[in-house]
Write a protein that binds this ligand. Sequence first.
Ligand code: SF4
Length: 207
Amino acid sequence: MDEKFDKSGETLPIIEEFYSIQGEGINAGSAAYFIRLAGCDVCCEWCDTKQSWNINNATICNVEEIAQRASKEKSHNVVVTGGEPLMHNLDKLCESLERQCLSVWLETSGTHPLSGNFDWICVSPKSHKEPLDEVLEQANELKIVIKSEEDFKMAEKYAQKVAAECILVLQPEWENHEKVSKLIIEYVKNHPVWKISIQTHKYLGVR
Ligand code: SF4
C-alpha cells in the first residue's frame, strides 16, 4: 500500500461518486452507486478514466459519510472502482457499506492485495502488469479487455488461475470495438466457456 494513503482506510481519496447503471460485465443493466477512488499504477494506454490516476484530483472523504450517501439511492448495489481501488485499504469502507445493508461489488485489475469484504469481485487483468494469484482465486468474474488477437492468450492464461465457478467474459476495447468485436464473436462461438461483455453505458450515453 502506498505510504501517502491513509493505511487505516477510515478516509479514502475520492474522484467521484454517482448513481448510474452498471454498464459492463455480468451485472450490466443494474442500477448502482459508483465510488471511484483515486490512484492507479497500472497505466493502460486506452484507460477511459485517466483523471482518476492523480491523487491530487481527489477529495479525501470519511468512509461512513460515503456509505451514508450510497444508502440514500434506491438501488442497494455499490460499485467500488477506480483507478485501482486495491491500492487502498478497503476494510473500513466495506464495513461501513455492509452496515447500510448494501451489496458491494469490486472492479480491480488484481495487481494489489485484496482488502475489504465484497459480494462480487470482478478482476480485469491487464497484459503489462500481472495480477496477483491470490486475487484471481477470489474472482467471481474474470473480465478481459480485448484490443488485439494477442489478448486471447492472456485471457486463457488467467482463466487457468480462477476458481471453477468464476464467470469468464471478453470485452472489446472501446476504441477498437468494431474491429475486435468480430474476433470476439468468433472466439466465443469456438470457446463457449467465455461470454461477451459490451460497454452498454457507452451506447446508452451514461457514465
Ligand atoms: Fe485505467 Fe483501470 Fe488500467 Fe488503471 S487499471 S489505467 S483505471 S483501465
